[in-house]
Design a protein around this ligand. Structure first.
Ligand code: PGA
Length: 257
C-alpha cells in the first residue's frame, strides 16, 4: 500500500505583521528542525509577510504557503494577488476555498475550481478546503455537501493535477470554536472523500492524495486524529500561532498507524 507522508500546515490568517512573522518564524524554524525528513511542514502567513518569510525559511524544512490566490492571471483586479506573484515570492502551497473565504467573500465552488486551475497552471501546490456547516451537519446533509463541493472544486481536474493537490476537510463548525470533530467523525468524512477520489480517479490515485483535517486541532488532540487511517495531516489555525504549541502538535502528530 502507498505510504502517504504526513503534512501539517499552519494557516496564520490575518495575524502577525511582517515584523512579527519574521520573529515568530525564526523561532519556529529552529524548533522544528528536529523533524526534518519526518513530515512536510508549511506555514501560510499573510500576503505582506511572504517576502520576509521566504528569506527566513530558505534552506529550512518549512515550506511557504499563501492563504488565497486570484483566479485571474493579471490585469485590472484591484486588491487581488496572482499566482505568478506568489511564485515569484517562492511560495509553494496555496490554500483555496477556505470556509472564511466562502463565507466572507462569497466564494463559490465554481470560483474555487477556477482558482485551482490557475494555481496549478502556475505550478503552485493547492490545498483545497471543503467542509459542512453546523446547520448542514444537523440536517444530515454532510455527505451531500461534501459531494457537491468535491464535484464543483475538481470539475475538469486531471489525474496529474489532483496528484499535486492536497484536500483539507474542515467542518465549519469546528473552525476556531474549540469544538473538534471526534476522530471517528473526521475519519468518516475523510473516508467519504477518499471514496469520491476513487470513483473519479481510481484507487491508485486516491491512495496517494493527502487529506488534512482542520478545525481546532491542538497538541492534545492531534495524535488521536492522526491515528485515523484516512487522516494524513492537519491544517491548523489558532494552534499554529504559538511556536511551542505548534512544535508540540507536530511532535504529537508523528504517530505510527
Ligand atoms: P483553527 O482553524 O485551527 O483555528 O480551528 C483551522 C483553519 O481555519 O484552517
Amino acid at each position: 500500500m502507498f505510504k502517504r507522508i504526513l503534512f501539517i500546515a499552519g494557516n496564520w490568517k490575518m495575524n502577525n505583521t511582517p515584523s512579527e512573522t519574521e520573529e515568530n518564524l525564526k523561532e519556529l524554524r529552529d524548533q522544528v528542525k528536529q523533524f526534518e525528513g519526518k513530515l512536510n511542514i508549511a506555514i501560510c502567513p499573510a500576503f505582506p509577510a511572504l517576502d520576509r518569510a521566504a528569506k527566513i525559511l530558505k534552506n529550512s524544512n518549512i515550506k511557504l504557503g499563501a492563504q488565497d490566490v486570484s483566479d485571474k492571471t493579471s490585469g485590472a483586479y484591484t486588491g487581488d494577488i496572482s499566482a505568478e506573484m506568489l511564485k515569484d515570492l517562492k511560495v509553494k502551497f496555496v490554500i483555496i476555498g477556505h470556509s472564511e473565504r466562502r463565507q466572507y467573500h462569497h466564494e463559490t465552488n465554481a470560483l474555487v475550481n477556477k482558482k485551482l486551475k490557475t494555481a496549478l497552471t502556475s505550478g503552485l501546490f493547492p490545498i483545497v478546503c471543503i467542509g459542512e456547516t453546523l446547520q448542514e451537519r444537523e440536517k444530515s446533509q454532510t455527505e451531500e455537501i461534501i459531494r457537491s463541493q468535491f464535484n464543483g472544486a475538481f470539475d475538469n481536474i486531471t489525474e496529474d493535477e489532483i496528484l499535486k493537490t492536497t484536500i483539507a476537510y474542515e467542518p465549519v463548525w469546528a473552525i476556531g470554536t474549540g469544538k473538534t470533530a471526534s476522530p471517528e467523525q473526521a475519519q468518516e468524512t475523510h473516508a467519504l472523500i477518499r471514496k469520491l477520489l476513487t470513483e473519479k480517479y481510481g484507487s491508485e490515485v486516491a491512495e496517494k492524495i493527502i487529506i488534512q483535517y482542520g478545525g481546532s486541532v491542538k497538541s492534545n488532540n492531534a495524535s488521536a486524529l492522526m491515528k485515523q487511517p484516512d487522516i494524513d495531516g492537519a491544517l491548523v489555525g489558532g494552534a499554529s500561532l504559538k511556536t511551542n504549541e505548534f512544535a508540540k502538535l507536530i511532535s504529537n502528530s508523528l504517530v505510527v498507524k
